[in-house]
Ligand binder design. Sequence first.
Ligand code: ADP
Ligand code: MG
Length: 310
Amino acid sequence: MAEFSIIDHYFNRQTIASSDVNIVDLGVGDDSAVLTPPPQQQLVICTDTLVAGRHFPLNTSPHAIGWKSVAVNLSDLAAMGAKPQSILLALSLAQIDHDWLTGFSQGLYDCCDQFGVSLIGGDTTQSPHLTISVTALGWIEAGHAITRSGAQVGDYICVSGTLGDAAYALHNLGHPLQQRLDYPTPRCRLGQQLKGLASSMIDISDGLAQDLGHILKASQVGAQIQLDQLPISEALRILPQEKQWQHALAGGDDYELCFTINPQNYKKLLQQQSDVNITNIGQITQQSALTFVQNGVDHLLQFHGYQHFA
Ligand code: ADP
Ligand code: MG
């Protein structure tokens, strides 16, 4: 099977998500896709690449790889408050393996379907390393994107879901929490719900300490984290406390949202329904450092999140 038959067979499903019928004028099949932007909206766009053996264990199921390659990008859109709309897929394959392609494309479309996203184009090449690069496009009302730079002294710091599950699963493959590593849930609904409420936001892909650090740097503020407040799964609570914190603060692949919000807006948020737990874990401070407190006592912790080329 040649390149074009692979595209036709696996990546040219002609259905466009129903929310997209007025937006996608031309999808897979021509030299480029053509979209009509909704009025008064800004385009929000991001790319993330997954390299086999680096971003997922080599024996990860193709279905999970397909899901995750979309999910990590939708998580970046969610972190801006954007509504996800479509993706492009650049796929580099070592060889043509139909079982793999079937599972992969199914996982990719499953994630697309779950979040109302259409695959509108891409590129397919041969290369010695399996590499999957997805570009995601979304929309947001002009001027409403939630950036990393808006955190204010006194804002609460909140996170969605639980932290450290994926890092734990990576060291305990086969544990039920492997679901959290293989099938991260992008917090698309929460991200959009936070428009007009959160002052800054980021998605947690490299560990809370490092990713919150990006907000602190961009906003030129500091933070105090209450270690007892960190949302940690039941399964991780068998670990020594330091180890739990280590997973929650420095483990990668959570794909939860971390945002800052002023106390009045936090009250408003609590009055709304949300599809995921939200935990207040600390507060933004003036002194530009990240500090940790347990039961009112300062706790010295040094954590480093995941870094490429480190
Ligand atoms: P060109 O040679 O003009 O760059 P391609 O042959 O690479 O075009 O692609 C043909 C069509 O198939 C394009 O519409 C492209 O977006 C789409 N396409 C290629 N690979 C993929 C893929 N892996 N997933 C989705 N669409 C793809
Ligand atoms: Mg062309």
